[in-house]
Design a protein around this ligand. Structure first.
Ligand SMILES: NC(=O)c1ccc[n+]([C@@H]2O[C@H](COP(=O)([O-])OP(=O)(O)OC[C@H]3O[C@@H](n4cnc5c(N)ncnc54)[C@H](O)[C@@H]3O)[C@@H](O)[C@H]2O)c1
Length: 248
């Protein structure tokens, strides 16, 4: 098992953009072996899916398709020679609209990516890491999942679901050497966050004691710790990254 992050073999999902991209870059800069995965339609900052570009090796994966998750995880394990850490940053915001203007189809689509997708990833990677006796899995929740954000009923519900998911899985795998945690960012400036209407961004900014939004690099720094060997006695936990906005 790895003793440092530099010795870790990492899979980052949703690695073509935002927090996932920054995390893949940070882990790589720290010396870890990193495979990134994202949708076939993803626009990678350098190189293309399935190639070794500036972003390192990258694979296609759609977390809403269990077969795609399974085959990408199999390819990642083969490419890396094992799997020590998995960071799941795949996510969508969906429509920012009142409940009555949010269709059931929209609700289910957002849940399919943000929550069911996280379960599919968990099912695929946890047995691999448990069999090796070591592993780190982190999913993205959100302050929205803890507080509930107005006009984001599906997104908030999906991110609340992540809290229950990681707490349940953490207990199931507690004796295996594998930790399962969540990160709950408040507002991090990424393409997803840019979809939030300006007036709602301003309302959220007013709630942040530090008086500014977070950066993907700040998220990546905390994620690196969560998936490091040093984070050995924390599982089923939700790490806040909110500039002081989150209060519980
Ligand atoms: N940015 C924020 O303020 C913020 C706050 C709280 C939580 N989060 C969460 O952090 C995670 C990363 O968000 P981000 O802000 O970096 O967004 P982003 O849009 O920059 O990146 C999300 C990535 O997920 C990928 N993705 C979407 N659907 C996918 C699917 N079905 N299968 C595989 N990949 C898929 C996208 O292609 C994209 O590359 C998300 O789960 C998001 O909900 C973000």
């Amino acid at each position: 098992m790895p003793e440092t992050i530099a010795e870790s073999r990492c899979l980052v999902i949703g690695a073509a953009s935002g927090i996932g991209q920054a995390t893949a870059e940070r882990l790589r800069a720290s010396g870890a072996a990193v495979v990134g995965a994202d949708l076939p339609s993803a626009r990678w900052p350098g190189g293309h899916a399935g190639t070794s570009g500036p972003m390192g090796r990258s694979l296609t994966m759609d977390v809403t398709d269990a077969g795609s998750v399974h085959s990408a995880v199999t390819d990642a394990v083969r490419a890396l020679g094992g799997l020590d850490a998995v960071v799941n940053c795949a996510g969508v915001l969906g429509p920012v609209a009142p409940a009555a203007a949010t269709s059931v189809d929209d609700f289910e689509r957002i849940l399919a990516v943000n929550l069911t997708g996280a379960f599919a990833v968990s099912r695929a990677v946890l047995p691999v890491m448990a069999a090796a006796g070591y592993g780190r899995l982190v999913h993205m929740s959100s302050t929205a999942g803890k507080e509930g954000v107005i006009n984001m009923p599906a997104y908030s519900a999906s991110k609340a679901g992540i809290l229950g998911l990681v707490k349940s899985l953490a207990k199931e795998f507690a004796l295996t050497g594998v930790t399962v945690n969540a990160l709950a960012p408040g507002n991090v400036v990424t393409p997803l966050f840019q979809e939030v209407p300006a007036e709602q961004q301003a309302a959220q900014a007013a709630k942040i004691p530090m008086g500014r939004f977070g950066t993907p690099e700040e998220a990546a720094a905390l994620i690196e710790f969560i998936v490091s060997p040093a984070a050995s006695y924390t599982t089923g936990f939700v790490f806040d990254l909110s500039g002081g906005r989150a209060t519980y």
